[in-house]
Design a protein. Structure first.
Length: 465
């Protein structure tokens, strides 16, 4: 198989894998009311169909990336994609809510294996100087899938019922898995060499997974229960486990997070940009959705159409940002993207009942263009900063930031908007989210002015030398 064909197959699999996960998250939101009525269950139980998945994914992303580094991203990707599709099919025939929640946990395990591997495969198949474009196309696919989810999910649920939305991802997931199995990467890229520091660090994985699971679960509880004692207890547990993880990492011979990843000067600011950008965007969208439905009286489908410019701008901005990054460097591109996101958030904070569709569309375009540019640019910076043998861990860290950011943004939005009517809640809450986006803009100034050479793969020690 030629190198060009290997790259094409790898890109197809990576795009399909990322798109399947993005589509699944948005179609479920639309299908949940129908699921609740059909299975005659409580709202709290239905909410667990989302929470169980999010907590499982958050707990396993970094460890799953490490597994890919150790045993090969191609194999891990195939297992994750096929497992994701199989779990989706199982949910489509589940007899009760308990089965749905249990299968969502299994789907979370598969999703955790799948997501870091989409980036690990690209890092293995493409030279570092060519990474920006495939990562940008992956970003565009995520934006398009997220936009199509409510529209396709709403149509399917209305015509065929909630079960149909889960069958929607079965075939694409299977195609993604088979594409990965057909790929033949160079032997050096199939798996990380068993050099010192390549152990799986099960105790570290348990501590980090527990800390992230507690954090995501706590943030998911805030929108419904507010800053309750359970929320404070969850934050305390996350802090304690996180502290124990840091101490363990300093002492163990085989850390879960390789020092080469942590020492990369680009890694921390790039992850910070992704975290603040996703928090600002999703927190703003959460409040704006309530505004469009409760104040402007738009139904969910009309609301999805009103927000469509965001997704379209994101789809266009991601590949454009790859070209801009090559010409002007990651720093300028990310700063411009974060500035656009900040301006869009500020514009959204001024929405009123008499705000025109043109103004709301302008805000959505600024949000989508900024987020698409930032996500593509910062993700490329994260993946390039890691050695080939730690690309999975880097991908896991990127996905972790993209999972925690939205939960953090929604939790902050609901806390700041509590007790206020939807028409009045936007100003204080969205202004705070704009401040978070502005912080991300400052972090973006720490990205490199030009693409640096990719981090070299760790050298393998040969016995006797």
């Amino acid at each position: 198989m030629t190198a060009a064909r290997t790259r094409r197959l790898t890109l197809v699999g990576s795009i399909l894998g990322a798109a399947v996960v993005a589509l699944d998250g948005t179609v479920l939101t639309v299908a949940q009311p129908s699921l609740r009525r059909d299975l005659d269950t409580s709202l709290a139980a239905v909410q667990w169909t989302s929470t169980a998945y999010l907590v499982t994914v958050a707990a396993l992303l970094v460890f799953a990336g490490r597994i890919g580094d150790r045993f090969g991203h191609r194999r891990v990707f195939a297992v994750g994609a096929i497992g994701f599709g199989a779990a989706s099919a199982g949910i489509g025939v589940a007899p009760g809510i308990g089965w749905v929640i249990g299968l969502r946990v299994l789907q979370g395990v598969a999703g955790a294996l799948l997501q870091p591997a989409t980036l690990g495969l690209l890092r293995a198949a493409y030279p570092a100087e060519l990474l920006a474009r495939p990562i940008a196309w992956r970003t565009s696919a995520i934006g398009l899938s997220a936009a199509a989810g409510p529209l396709v999910g709403g149509a399917l649920t209305a015509q065929l019922g909630w079960r149909s939305v889960f069958f929607l991802t079965v075939v694409p997931a299977a195609v993604a898995g088979v594409s990965a199995l057909l790929v033949r990467l160079p032997p050096s890229a199939e798996a990380a060499a068993p050099a010192p520091g390549s152990g799986l660090d099960l105790p570290g994985a348990g501590l980090l997974g527990g800390a992230l699971a507690a954090l995501v679960f706590t943030l998911a509880e805030v929108p419904e229960h507010g800053p309750s004692p359970a929320v404070w207890l969850g934050l305390a547990a996350a802090t304690a486990l996180g502290t124990a993880f840091l101490r363990h990492e300093r002492r163990t011979r085989h850390p879960l997070l390789p020092p080469a990843v942590l020492r990369a000067p680009t890694m921390a600011p790039a992850l910070g940009v992704l975290l603040t950008a996703s928090a600002a965007l999703f927190g703003t969208l959460f409040l704006v959705t309530y505004f469009l439905q409760d104040v402007l009286a738009l139904d969910p489908l009309a609301c999805a159409f009103r927000a469509l410019p965001l997704a379209l701008a994101m789809v266009v901005a991601a590949p454009v940002s790859a070209a801009l990054s090559r010409r002007h460097g990651p720093r300028r591109t990310a700063v411009a993207g974060m500035s656009s996101l900040t301006l869009g958030t500020l514009l959204a904070s001024g929405f009123r009942p008499d705000t025109s569709a043109l103004v709301t569309s302008a805000a959505f375009v600024l949000l989508g263009a900024g987020f698409g540019a930032v996500m593509a640019t910062a993700t490329t910076a994260v993946v390039r900063a890691a050695p080939l043998g730690a690309a999975g861990v880097a991908g896991g860290l990127q996905q972790t930031a993209m999972n925690i950011g939205p939960a953090l943004g929604v939790a902050a939005a609901t806390t700041l908007a509590a007790g206020r009517p939807p028409a009045e809640a936007l100003i204080p809450a969205v202004l705070a989210l704009a401040a978070a986006a502005a912080t991300g803009t400052l972090l973006a100034t720490r990205l490199p002015a030009a693409h640096r050479p990719a981090a070299p793969a760790p050298r393998t020690r040969v016995p006797g030398r």
